[in-house]
Write a protein that binds this ligand. Structure first.
Ligand code: NAX
Length: 326
C-alpha cells in the first residue's frame, strides 16, 4: 500500500471545501490507490461546524481516507502537508471596498505562509483559492522563504473552464474540442480571456467566431461570470470552484494533455513583458509535476492593452500589501 498523502485544506467548513473534500476522498485527484490524510483548518468559531463535516467524511467509510485532523492552528494543520488548498478567506462584507478585503485577507495569508514554511513538506504544492487569490498567493509565497517559490500558485482555472465552456456552447461542439484557451492576469474582472491562440476542432477559433461576439459578449461574460452566478444562485460558485481546484492540481501533478495547455497563476518571470515577481495567470504546460510558461505566442495590440490593464491592477494590489512582502 502507498504511503498516505497529506492534504491540507483551509476554510474547510466553507462551501467550496464542502464540495472538494468528498471528491478528494473518492480519489478524484490522486487516484483510487492513493490513501489520504486530510488536515482541515478553520477559525475557532467554525470548528464546531467542521467537526460535523469530519463526521460526514468518516460516515462515507471511504477506503482511501486514513485520518482527518481538525485544527484552528495553521502550524498543526500544515504539518507534513504534501498539498495545500488555501481556500479560507474573509468574504467581502457590506460597504467593504476591495482594498479593505485585500488588507484583511493579506494578514491571514502572511500567517499561513509562515506556517507552511515551518510545518509543511519542503515539496508542498500550494494552491490559493481565497480572494483576492493572486495577491494572497504572493503574500503566502513571500512569507515562506524556505519553500520553492514555484510551488505557489493561485486559481484562474475556474475562469479558464468557464471560457472553454462558453466557446463550446457558442460553437455547439464538445468542450473536448476546444483547446489552447488562455486566461491572462488577475482572477478579477480585469482578467483577459484570450482566444487568439485557441483552437476549435483543430482550427483557429477566431476564424470560426465572430469578432463582435468575442469582444462584446465572450470577454465580459467570462470576466463577470462569478458575479452573475452570485446574482442567479444567491451564493458564490462552490462546486465549480472545487472542480477547478481539482483540475488545477491534477494537471500540475500529472501533466497537461498533448497539444493543449492550461492557465495557472504563478510567479511571473518577466515573460510577455509582465513585471517579474507578480502572481500572474499565464498559459502553462505541465510535465513531471512542474510547469513551464508557453513561450513565443504572438501578442497583438488588442491583447497587449488588456494584459497591461490586468497587470496594473496587480501592481496596485501589491503596493497595498507591500509591508507583508519580504
Ligand atoms: P465560505 O464563506 O463558504 O467559506 C470560507 C471559510 O473560510 C469559512 O468557513 C471561514 O470560517 C473560513 N476562514 C476564514 N478565515 C480563515 C482563516 N484565517 N483560516 C482558515 N479558515 C478561515 O466561502 P467559499 O465560498 O468557500 O469561498 C472561499 C474563498 O474562495 C472566497 O475568498 C471566495 O471569494 C473564493 N473564490 C475564489 C475563486 C477562484 O476562482 N479563485 C472562485 C470561487 C470563490 O469565489
Amino acid at each position: 500500500m502507498k504511503t498516505p498523502a497529506h492534504i491540507a485544506v483551509t476554510g474547510a467548513a466553507g462551501q467550496i471545501s464542502y464540495a472538494l473534500l468528498f471528491r478528494l476522498i473518492a480519489g478524484d485527484l490522486l487516484g483510487d490507490d492513493q490513501p489520504i490524510v486530510l488536515h482541515l483548518l478553520e477559525i475557532p468559531e467554525a470548528i464546531a461546524g467542521l467537526d460535523g463535516v469530519k463526521m460526514e467524511l468518516i460516515d462515507c467509510a471511504a477506503p482511501l481516507l486514513h485520518d482527518v485532523v481538525v485544527s484552528d492552528d495553521p502550524y498543526v494543520a500544515f504539518e507534513n502537508a504534501d498539498l495545500a488548498f488555501l481556500i479560507g478567506a474573509k468574504p467581502r462584507g457590506p460597504g467593504m471596498e476591495r482594498r479593505d478585503l485585500l488588507r484583511v485577507n493579506a494578514d491571514i495569508f502572511a500567517v499561513q505562509g509562515r506556517a507552511l514554511n515551518a510545518s509543511a513538506k519542503r515539496t508542498v504544492k500550494t494552491l490559493v483559492v481565497g480572494n483576492p487569490a493572486n495577491t494572497n498567493a504572493l503574500i503566502a509565497q513571500h512569507n515562506a522563504p524556505e519553500l520553492p517559490p514555484e510551488n505557489f500558485s493561485a486559481m484562474t482555472r475556474l475562469d479558464y473552464n468557464r471560457a472553454k465552456s462558453q466557446v463550446a456552447m457558442h460553437c455547439r461542439c464538445p468542450v473536448s474540442e476546444i483547446k489552447r484557451v488562455i486566461i491572462w492576469g488577475n482572477h478579477s474582472t480585469t482578467q483577459y480571456p484570450d482566444l487568439h491562440h485557441a483552437l476549435v476542432r483543430g482550427k483557429p477559433a477566431l476564424d470560426k467566431l465572430e469578432w463582435d461576439w468575442y469582444e462584446k459578449d465572450f470577454i465580459p461574460t467570462v470576466q463577470n461570470r462569478g458575479a452573475v452566478v452570485i446574482q442567479t444562485r444567491g451564493k458564490s460558485s462552490a462546486a465549480s470552484a472545487a472542480n477547478a481546484a481539482l483540475d488545477h492540481m491534477r494537471d500540475w501533478l500529472f501533466g497537461t494533455p498533448a497539444g493543449d495547455w492550461t492557465s495557472m497563476t504563478i510567479l511571473s518571470d518577466g515573460s510577455y513583458g509582465v513585471t517579474p515577481g507578480l502572481m500572474f495567470s499565464y498559459p502553462v504546460k505541465t510535465e513531471n509535476a512542474r510547469y513551464q510558461i508557453v513561450q513565443n505566442l504572438e501578442i497583438n495590440e488588442f491583447s497587449r492593452n488588456r494584459l497591461q490593464i490586468t497587470e496594473a491592477e496587480l501592481l496596485a494590489e501589491r503596493e497595498a500589501v507591500r509591508h507583508l512582502l519580504r
